[in-house]
Design a protein. Structure first.
Ligand code: SPV
Ligand code: MG
Length: 667
């Protein structure tokens, strides 16, 4: 791939990129130079501090991917990027910890007046009794913008004994729950600004936050408060801030890492004040953070190239994924098809992909054999969840890979043949390592299965609801290998690989879940399935809050089934899976019927409550066979006597004129 790196990122990441791709670096380049450099580039990697104006991007007709090596996007026109269908990825997580730690460093430095103490010491002054210092413990920590970073600041503040109170732009139950879980009280903007001893700003810069902290707001802060801005210059009005930092002003001190005017040689009047700490936008600039971001940039570009977007390395078996290869046609319809009718059906893979990307909440219902698959379709569902739990249960074995993968394949093939809607197979761990996954994908495609969900547990697996917290998880790198192997093996570009994250089930926490989410997404997963076993949707909504719409998310609300589905839709979830309900319903019915018949020694009490035999025939498409016999058997009707071969006895073909001579000849 041809890559343009316009901001400095970790040097070892650049070296690694150079070994795999054609890389041009143009740090701090003026607009005219950027316009020239971008001409033949597929990828741009950038950070804050560079203006990627539309007129620059216009000069890059080949541009397919933009990677923001960090978080803020105030230097990019996202609408333009979307309109040009350029894939865009941010890497927000690593910086959050660094910026949050810096906020704490600034609070400590301000509270203890470290800057002034240091300055006086260098002048030979021993200001032990002049330097006034305050504890953080017991102070109110106001967080304007309790998002990813702000929440982390609140957590750290709470650990130091502060009382965090935060506000957000849009309050949802999920936000409230997430903040409450972290010990941060949710309040209005004014309720955050007025009581804060330390007021930390963590909002992005956009039209609604430009000049947010203006003279009016600063006139309402608590006398003696400190202000810390680690968000963006332009959010705090520096002239108004200057006023309040002068003797007699309301603020005791301020720390700014971001400034209205940034860059070499740009000094603001705030630099003249002794109670102000000024740093050059270094919030995310820890060696550890930059290394992690650099690594992520590498992974993102590798994954993008691996998805067929550029020159890609040959994979061991030479099985390069074909783009635009022929779809396997649906095998599902059981009516004699008119010539070409199958070819007109949207392939099941494309149907599933469309469901994942429909932009609204969609539903899959569980099925475990051909009959239940057909029932799901008839009910109106647009897709089927081939559940590992219920397929194994229907076979009378446990959800511990006791049924072999080829036995599951047989079942799912029956399901596929019996239905015209896409099936997402619950493929457990992929039944082995990456190599088993590769073979599985090929076999599933051959059998008309639209997608597979693989989970980051170890083979043989155990159902997540049985001691989920004690189950080991696969190493991230190992599972990433499986996802890549799956994506590289598929022939049909629309076949979907869903990566299932078990970190919340296993009690490994949200950070681990998000880390895995990023890794799996960048490995090429088409969607993530995030699983939770608690009875409230808190974990899932908390995940969505952080994950946003980076890629489609699938959930299985078996345990939090009481949640109104509108909440899932509002959170941006793509697909909810009702994972076991037909099985549970039929078990209940079978148990009741078996008991009643046994006790009555008769079927009389149940006959009226169960479907007639002819409903079974209908579900089996007996009429299709009847019609086919008329077409394909010699003389248009059965060479077999009625019921003689185990078929439904042909109701002789009265509509067909051919039928009569045959009867006559037999007579
Ligand atoms: C299944 O249906 O088999 C699943 C979902 O994997 S769960 O049982 O919730 O783990
Ligand atoms: Mg399962």
């Amino acid at each position: 791939m041809r890559i343009l790196v316009v901001s400095p990122i970790d040097s070892s990441a650049i070296r690694a990129l150079e070994q795999e791709h054609d890389v041009v670096c143009a740090f701090n380049a003026p607009e005219e130079e950027l316009k020239k450099r971008i001409i033949d580039r597929d990828v741009v990697v950038f950070r804050s501090g560079v203006d990627l104006a539309t007129k620059v991007l216009d000069c890059g007709p080949e541009l397919k991917l933009m990677v923001r090596a960090g978080c803020g996007v105030d230097n990019l026109d996202l609408e333009y990027v979307r309109a040009r269908q350029i894939e865009f990825t941010r890497i927000p997580e690593p910086a959050a910890q660094a910026v949050a730690e810096m906020a704490v460093a600034m609070m400590l430095a301000l509270g203890r007046n470290l800057r002034e103490a240091d300055r006086l010491w260098r002048q030979g002054r021993w200001a032990k009794y002049e330097i006034e210092g305050y504890l953080l413990r017991g102070k109110t920590l106001g967080i304007v913008g309790a998002g990813n970073i702000g929440t982390r600041v609140g957590e750290l503040g709470a650990a130091l004994g502060m009382t965090p109170v935060g506000c957000v732009k849009t309050v949802t139950p999920a936000v409230a729950a997430r903040l409450a879980e972290k010990g941060i009280r949710l309040a209005s903007f004014d309720e955050v600004v007025s009581p804060a001893d330390f007021l930390c700003i963590h909002v992005p810069l956009n039209s609604s936050t430009r000049n947010l902290i203006d003279a009016g707001v600063l006139a309402r802060v608590k006398p003696g408060a400190y202000l810390i801005n680690l968000a963006r210059g332009g959010v705090v009005n520096e002239a108004a801030l200057h006023q309040q930092l002068l003797p007699g002003g309301r603020l005791r001190g301020a720390a700014l890492d971001v400034h209205e005017r940034e860059g070499e040689g740009k000094i603001s009047p705030l630099a003249e004040l002794p109670n102000v700490l000024l740093t050059p936008h270094i919030g995310a600039m820890t060696v550890d953070t930059q290394r992690e971001i650099g690594q992520r940039v590498l992974e993102i570009i590798r994954s993008f190239a691996g998805r067929g977007n550029g020159t890609r390395p040959a994979i061991p078996n030479g099985n390069l994924r074909a783009n635009g290869s022929a779809h396997r046609e649906s095998q599902g319809s059981s009516k004699p098809l008119e010539k070409g009718a199958r070819a007109k059906m949207t392939p099941k893979t494309s149907q599933l992909k469309a469901l994942l990307h429909s932009g609204k909440l969609e539903f899959l219902l569980e099925a475990h054999n051909g009959l239940s698959a057909r029932i799901v379709e008839e009910a109106g569902f647009k897709g089927i969840w081939a559940s590992g739990l219920t397929i194994s249960a229907s076979l009378g074995v446990r959800d511990n890979n006791e049924a072999s993968w080829t036995q599951v394949l047989e079942v799912v093939e029956f399901m596929s043949d019996a239905s015209n809607i896409p099936i997402l197979l619950d493929g457990d761990t992929g039944y082995g390592n990456f190599n088993n996954v590769r073979r599985l994908i090929r076999k599933l495609e051959q059998r008309g299965v639209a997608g597979v969900c693989i989970e980051d547990k170890l083979f043989p697996k155990t159902n997540s609801f049985i001691n989920g917290e004690q189950q080991p998880l696969a190493k991230i790198e190992e599972f990433v290998g499986k996802i890549k192997a799956a994506k590289d093996s598929q022939e049909d570009p629309d076949f979907c690989v869903v990566a299932r994250i078990e970190a919340l089930i296993a009690g490994w926490g949200m950070e681990e879940a998000l880390k895995r989410a990023h890794a799996y997404f960048h490995a090429g997963a088409d969607a993530l399935l995030v699983h939770s076993k608690i009875s409230q949707p808190t974990e899932i909504l908390g995940f969505m809050e952080r994950w946003g719409n980076t890629c489609p998310v699938v959930i299985v609300p078996t345990m939090y089934y009481r949640t109104p589905v509108e909440q899932f839709a509002d959170a941006g979830i793509s697909v909810a899976v009702w994972a076991n309900h037909l099985m549970r319903g039929s078990v209940r019915t079978m148990q009741t019927i078996a008991k009643e018949v046994y006790q009555a020694q008769s079927v009389l009490p149940v006959e009226e409550t169960i479907v007639p035999v002819k409903e079974i025939f209908r579900l089996q498409r007996a009429d299709e066979l009847r019609a086919a016999e008329l077409i394909y058997l010699p003389n248009g009707n059965g060479s077999q006597p009625a019921n003689g071969n185990g078929h439904i006895g042909p109701a002789r073909a009265t509509p067909l004129s051919k039928a009569k001579p045959y009867r006559e000849s037999r007579a």
